[in-house]
Design a protein around this ligand. Structure first.
Ligand code: UDH
Ligand code: NGS
Length: 287
């Protein structure tokens, strides 16, 4: 009898399980639930989630594997408000996803760029992810039709508007909030700069990286891309630092020598919790 080749197996699987389609249509924004939910209640609410915060639809073949990277420090209430909104949305979208909470240990100033780079590298040690969704912990998606999928022709900015700005953005090239890259796109821009300790500019730096690499990005429309930001005060260790402007000034020159290929951090914890994989890293200020 002829050997069963990979190709035959694949086709067979496709016959039985067609590729997943995103069933959600644009609809009126849902009213998000703004109450934090305890870890235990979340685990009970989402028994279909596998350890480490993984979910894969059982009745179709997913087209891509998503890694959701959430930069994090001391925002437990926000995380426990985001998860009960995000998980059901992604399940409705038939997504194959794994949630990573990438926490920066104290005491160094918070550095989102390094955390994204670390999350990207650490996630790839654990699975073969195709698409990386970089997600602020305090941004609650309002429309289930805001499909978290990457595009082969450029990164996707999923946020068209946020409550804080009357469901608009503060400026047109803003890339903060929720941004999606394929693995190759993220590598092509050499990830984020590692040099921004403190609030601001790492996302503007990314905008310049995309420009430099002649990569267009796509912004979702307001029909689906609206978010509610959970209001909060400024965190300790996340103050705006004046030097950010001069760092950005040299951004495009440095792009290949500062980023994913030069991120310095040490991983101090890795735990697979019921609803997410928790990675804690220590970031030295000498990048
Ligand atoms: N983050 C943390 N912990 C921190 C700092 C940042 O988890 O200590 C993460 C978190 O994912 C957050 C993201 O980084 O969503 C961006 O930080 P942010 O939400 O604080 O940034 P934003 O620009 O707010 O929204 C800045 C402070 C505004 C103070 C307003 C006072 N009225
Ligand atoms: C800009 C920051 C961005 C930041 C954005 C948020 O000024 O990093 O504000 O604006 N750029 C610099 O600091 C250079 S907000 O939407 O909160 O008004 O993301």
């Amino acid at each position: 009898t002829p050997a069963v080749t990979e190709e035959v197996l694949r086709r067979h699987r496709d016959d039985v399980m067609p590729f997943c389609e995103n069933p959600t249509r644009s609809s009126a924004p849902r009213w998000p639930s703004k109450e934090p939910v305890t870890a235990q209640e979340l685990a009970e609410r989402f028994p279909m989630m596998q350890l480490g915060g993984h979910y894969s639809p059982s009745n179709c073949t997913p087209r891509e594997k998503l890694a959701i990277l959430i930069p994090y420090r001391n925002r437990s209430v926000h995380l426990h408000t985001l998860l009960p909104n995000l998980i059901p949305m992604l399940i409705k979208q038939n997504a194959d996803f794994t949630i990573f909470v990438v926490e920066q240990a104290m005491p160094t100033r918070f550095n989102k760029g390094v955390l994204f780079n670390a999350g990207f590298l650490e996630a790839l040690k654990l699975g073969d992810f195709d698409c990386f969704i970089l997600h602020d912990v305090d941004m609650i998606p309002l429309n289930d039709a805001n499909t978290y999928q990457c595009r082969s022709d450029g990164p996707v900015h999923f946020m068209a508007g946020v409550n804080k700005f009357h469901y608009g953005l503060s400026y047109s090239w803003l890339l903060g909030g929720v941004l999606g890259f394929t693995k190759d796109q993220y590598k092509a821009v050499n990830g984020f700069s590692n040099l921004y300790f403190g609030w601001g500019a790492e996302d503007d730096d990314m905008f310049l990286r995309l420009k430099k690499k002649r990569m267009d990005y796509h912004r979702k429309g307001k029909d689906v891309g609206l978010y509610d930001m959970i209001r909060h005060s400024r965190d300790k260790g996340w103050e705006p630092i004046n030097s950010r402007f001069s760092i950005t000034h040299f951004s495009t020159r440095r792009i290949d020598d500062d980023g994913l290929n030069t991120a310095v951090y040490s991983r101090t914890s890795l735990r697979q919790l019921p609803l997410y994989t928790w990675i804690r890293v220590f970031v030295d200020m000498k990048q």
